[in-house]
Design a protein around this ligand. Structure first.
Ligand code: 5GP
Ligand code: MN
Length: 347
């Protein structure tokens, strides 16, 4: 863990700053990035936010969204490499290993500027000179708030920056219900309210702005695609590429589906396996003692948090599902015994 004094010194003069976050940014990833960018611009720095991929439309309201450079290897590789190489400071937000930012990972690794990691995932990779990694934090946005406050600049958190940070904390805590929702989280929200944020507007923009088609897709998934395995207290959903096409699924349309599987009484482990073009993307969620980050790290080249993690498979969807099912007997005793009260913070 680095000190605020080190960061203060690094930012003591106007800098060329690059901010990036993980592949397919969620509200914490983008909210942390744009909240930090808004603050750093107020301090006179030149800031560019680059995302390794596109992100859902329901995040486009965030102030600063219009200036985000979305990396596309076929379209702007040279431009993004130049931004990375010219950066004096590179902020890496809401991811713990460089393989989470696809091609950008190697560019960032090779960059000459000072790298600053701000993150709350488990097992961070050691690639940054300054490291503000704290797996106990509920969200990266919580850490960004604390960094700005500890730099003595809380008064620079205006409504726009505050709403970006609020979005990150609200979503990563599952709207303040996960065990990671600490007293500290609520105190920070109280400060953000003093900065004028509108909680219900943020909630509505993120959770109540879906297309009709997305809702019908949800209906189809819950009716036809959900499998419940009572003997393992497990439920999973597997979605084919054809089904995504049929419902014109857009980035963000599958977000949160896995939580429906976990909402069934008695279910402690849920998974969604989705056939994306390049690979099968998997999301895992759990309640209680069963660690999905460990499961994902061990079997699906992934990671994340104790109760929320993701991973990947390069086998076809049916083979991936079979492999997933074949793993369950090994974990049966844990899944059946898993106490509901989680001992670990989740996000
Ligand atoms: P989600 O399932 O919503 O994509 O991700 C759940 C959590 O796991 C997030 O904190 C996310 O950053 C992390 N995560 C998702 N996919 C991966 C992955 O492939 N590798 C690692 N290390 N973490 C992941
Ligand atoms: Mn996060």
């Amino acid at each position: 863990m680095s000190t605020i004094a080190e960061l203060k010194e690094l930012l003591a003069q106007p800098r060329q700053i690059f901010i990036t976050t993980h592949h397919k940014p969620d509200a914490d990833a983008l909210g942390s990035s744009l909240g930090l960018a808004g603050y750093l611009r107020k301090k006179g720095h030149h800031v560019t936010v680059v995302t390794p991929s596109d992100y859902p439309d329901f995040l486009a309201w965030m102030p600063g969204n219009e200036g985000v450079v979305v990396y596309d290897p076929r379209r702007n590789d040279a431009q993004v490499r130049a931004i990375i190489n010219e950066a004096e400071v590179l902020f890496c937000l809401d991811f713990s290993c460089l393989n989470r930012i696809s091609e950008l990972g190697e560019y960032v690794r090779a960059a000459a500027g000072t790298k600053v990691l701000v993150d709350h995932h488990q097992e961070p990779e050691d690639f940054a000179q300054l490291d503000f990694s704290n797996p106990k934090a509920a969200a990266t946005a919580e850490l960004i708030f604390e960094i700005i406050r500890d730099l003595g600049d809380q008064d620079l958190i205006d409504t726009g920056i505050g709403e970006c940070l609020y979005a990150g904390i609200m979503t990563d805590t599952g709207s303040f219900r996960h065990p990671s929702t600490s007293r500290n989280v609520h105190l920070i929200i109280a400060e953000l309210l003093s900065a004028g944020i509108n909680l219900s507007d943020v909630h509505r923009r993120i959770y109540d702005s879906h297309s009709e088609e997305r809702l019908r897709f949800l209906g189809f998934v819950l009716k036809d695609k959900l499998t419940v395995l009572r003997e393992y207290n497990t439920a999973y959903i597997a979605i084919t590429a054809d089904e995504l096409r049929q419902y014109h699924s857009k980035t963000g349309d599958t977000e949160g589906l896995v939580n429906f599987a976990l909402s069934i009484e008695g279910i402690v482990f849920a998974a969604i396996l989705i056939d994306r073009k390049q690979a099968i993307k998997i999301s895992f969620r759990s309640v209680g003692g069963f660690s999905v980050s460990e499961f994902s790290r061990r079997h699906f080249s992934g990671g994340g948090h104790h109760n929320a993690a993701g991973g990947i498979s390069h086998e076809p969807l049916d083979k991936t599902v079979t492999r997933f099912l074949e793993l369950l007997p090994e974990y049966q005793s844990q899944l059946v015994a898993a106490p509901l009260a989680a001992a670990h913070p989740a996000a």
